[in-house]
Ligand binder design. Structure first.
Ligand code: NI
Length: 183
C-alpha cells in the first residue's frame, strides 16, 4: 500500500468532472489497491474523507471515516465507508453551517452551509449497492466528497468569506465556540 500525492488547490484536476467507475473495473486488483491506497492516504493526513480526484484520478469514488480524528475533535465516530458512483438525494433541504477543511486546501478552515440530512446511494468496494441515510457531520462529509467528484470545493459553497480562517486562528477563535446542533 502507498501514500498517494494529494492535489492542491489550483491543480486543474480538482475542477474536472469525474467519470463513473465502470462496473468491471471494481473487482480488479488495480482498483482494489487504489481503494487501499486512498484509505492509507486519508489516514496519513488525518482526513475524514478523500475523493479520487484529490489523488489525481478522475473517477467517482470517495472514502470517509471519523475515528477520534485530531483535525475534527468531538465528532461522533463513523465507520470506514467506501462509496463508488455516489448519488445524493436531499431528504430535508434545511441547511446547517459548520467548519470544514480539505486536504487539498491545507491550512484553511471555512464555515459552510450544508444540507443536514440526505440519502446516499452508490456501490461499496465489492460493487454491492449501498443505501445510507445520513445526518449531520457524516452527511456533510458525503456532500463535500461528492462535490469533489463534480469538480467543486468547499470554497464554492461559502456564501461569504467572513468565516474563512487559517487553521491557527480557527483554533484560537472558533473551535469549541460553535453551538453544534449535530451532536
Ligand atoms: Ni476536500
Amino acid at each position: 500500500m502507498s501514500i498517494l500525492k494529494v492535489a492542491q488547490l489550483g491543480n486543474p484536476i480538482l475542477r474536472r468532472n469525474s467519470s463513473d467507475v465502470p462496473l468491471p473495473m471494481i473487482q480488479t486488483p488495480d482498483f482494489q489497491k487504489f481503494i487501499d491506497d486512498m484509505i492509507d492516504t486519508m489516514h496519513e493526513y488525518d482526513g475524514v474523507g478523500l475523493a479520487a480526484p484529490q489523488v489525481h484520478v478522475n473517477l467517482r469514488v470517495f472514502t470517509m471515516e471519523v475515528l477520534s480524528n485530531p483535525r475534527y475533535p468531538n465528532r461522533a465516530d463513523y465507520p470506514l465507508t467506501i462509496v463508488i458512483n455516489p448519488v445524493i438525494t436531499i431528504i430535508n433541504s434545511d441547511s446547517v453551517g459548520d467548519w470544514e477543511g480539505c486536504l487539498s486546501i491545507p491550512g484553511l478552515r471555512g464555515f459552510v452551509p450544508r444540507t443536514f440530512s440526505l440519502n446516499l446511494k452508490g456501490l461499496d468496494r465489492q460493487g454491492k449497492a449501498i443505501d445510507l441515510s445520513l445526518e449531520g457531520f457524516p452527511a456533510r462529509i458525503a456532500q463535500h466528497e461528492t462535490d469533489h467528484c463534480n469538480g467543486k470545493i468547499y470554497l464554492d459553497r461559502m456564501p461569504s468569506f467572513t468565516k474563512l480562517a487559517f487553521q491557527r486562528e480557527y483554533e484560537r477563535f472558533h473551535l469549541d465556540k460553535l453551538p453544534n446542533p449535530e451532536k
